[in-house]
Design a protein around this ligand. Structure first.
Ligand code: ZN
Length: 303
C-alpha cells in the first residue's frame, strides 16, 4: 500500500460537477477530458508502483509550498538509494523534439516539456530536503503511460520512460537492495504532513448556482437519477449501482460545499440542490448525524 494515497484532484472534481450540471464550451470540455486522462494515467502508474517489492515508501500526489513557490509532485518514492521523483504523463499521439523543445506532431505547437517540469520540481524538492536537514539524492523521471504515444528525436536519456520500458525500469527499482534507514522514514513522514490539498479554481470556467442543473447524480456513472427512492438504498436505473441514501446525502453536501465554499448549508440548501428528490427528513437526519450544527432554529447550518 502507498504511504500516501492519491485522491481525485479538487479541480477535477469541480469540473466533473460542472460537466454534468451545466453547458461547457468546447475548450472547457477538451480541458476536462485532458484532466480526466491525466488522472487515469496517474492511477495506472500507481497500480504499477504498488507492485514494487523492494523496501520503499511511495507518496502519490504531493502539493508543497517551497520558499513561497508551489510544487506539484505526481509520485515520490523513497528508496534506500535515495528519492525517485516521477512526472506522469498520459499524452496520446505523436510528439517530437526539435532544438531542445517538445512539440505536438498534430498541431506542430510547442508543448510544455515535462523534462523542464520535472527539473523545476526537483530543484525545489532539493532545496526543501536541505532545509529539512536531510541529505538525500534525487533522481528524476518522466513516465509516459499511454500505449498510443510516440516520441521522435527524444534525447537518449534514462530520465525518459517510454511506455515500452516502464516495466523494465520498475523492475530495476525493485532490484534496489538495502533497507530504509530511520531518516528515510522520518523524511517521508514529514513531507507527507507538508502536503496541502490544492484548492485553487484556476482554469475552471465561471459558474454560479443558477447556471447549474439541480438533482441527484449517480455515484458511479454520474447520470441524473430522476425518481429517487424512499427506502434506505437507491439503485441507479442506468448502471445498477446501489448506494445508501445516507451516502447520497453526504455526497450531495460535499459537492455543494466544494462548488460553493464559504456558503452556509442547511437542510433546505441540500433539498433544493437535489431538486427535491431526497426526502427532507432524511437530509435533516443525515446532516445532524454527520456534520456539526451551528446556529439555531431557522438560522441553523452545517459544517
Ligand atoms: Zn449510475
Amino acid at each position: 500500500m502507498a504511504f500516501k494515497e492519491r485522491k481525485k484532484p479538487f479541480r477535477l472534481m469541480v469540473m466533473e460537477s460542472l460537466a454534468r450540471r451545466m453547458h461547457l464550451s468546447r475548450d472547457d470540455r477538451n480541458k476536462y477530458a485532458y484532466w480526466v486522462k491525466g488522472f487515469e494515467g496517474e492511477l495506472k502508474f500507481d497500480e504499477m508502483t504498488q507492485e514494487l517489492k523492494c523496501e520503499c515508501l511511495i507518496l502519490n500526489d504531493l502539493f508543497l509550498l517551497v520558499n513561497g513557490k508551489k510544487v506539484q509532485i505526481d509520485t515520490l518514492i523513497v528508496t534506500a538509494k535515495g528519492i525517485y521523483l516521477y512526472e506522469v504523463k498520459n499524452f496520446e499521439g505523436v510528439y517530437y523534439y526539435e532544438g531542445n523543445k517538445m512539440y505536438s506532431g498534430r498541431s506542430r505547437k510547442e508543448v510544455y516539456d515535462p523534462l523542464n517540469q520535472i527539473s523545476h520540481a526537483a530543484t525545489l524538492l532539493r532545496q526543501l530536503i536541505e532545509q529539512m536537514g536531510y541529505d538525500l539524492p534525487v533522481k528524476t523521471f518522466v513516465a509516459f503511460m499511454n500505449q498510443n504515444f510516440a516520441l521522435y528525436q527524444a534525447p537518449m536519456i534514462e530520465e525518459i520512460l517510454l511506455p515500452g520500458i516502464l516495466r523494465s525500469h520498475l523492475a530495476q527499482v525493485n532490484e534496489i537492495s538495502g533497507q530504509l534507514r530511520q531518516s528515510h522514514r522520518k523524511f517521508a513522514e514529514e513531507i507527507k504532513l507538508m502536503h496541502e490539498e490544492d484548492l485553487s479554481l484556476h482554469n475552471i470556467p465561471y459558474y454560479e448556482e443558477s447556471l447549474l442543473k439541480k438533482g441527484v447524480t449517480c455515484c458511479n456513472c454520474g447520470a441524473f437519477i430522476k425518481k429517487y427512492t424512499q427506502s434506505i438504498n437507491s439503485v441507479c436505473p442506468f448502471c445498477n449501482k446501489k448506494e445508501l441514501v445516507t451516502d447520497t446525502v453526504i455526497r450531495q453536501f460535499e459537492e455543494y460545499r466544494r462548488l460553493f465554499p464559504g456558503l452556509r448549508i442547511n437542510a433546505t440548501t441540500i433539498f433544493k440542490w437535489s431538486d427535491n428528490q431526497l426526502s427532507a427528513k432524511r437530509i435533516g437526519y443525515t446532516l445532524k448525524q454527520y456534520y456539526k450544527a451551528k446556529g439555531s432554529g431557522r438560522w441553523r447550518y452545517y459544517e
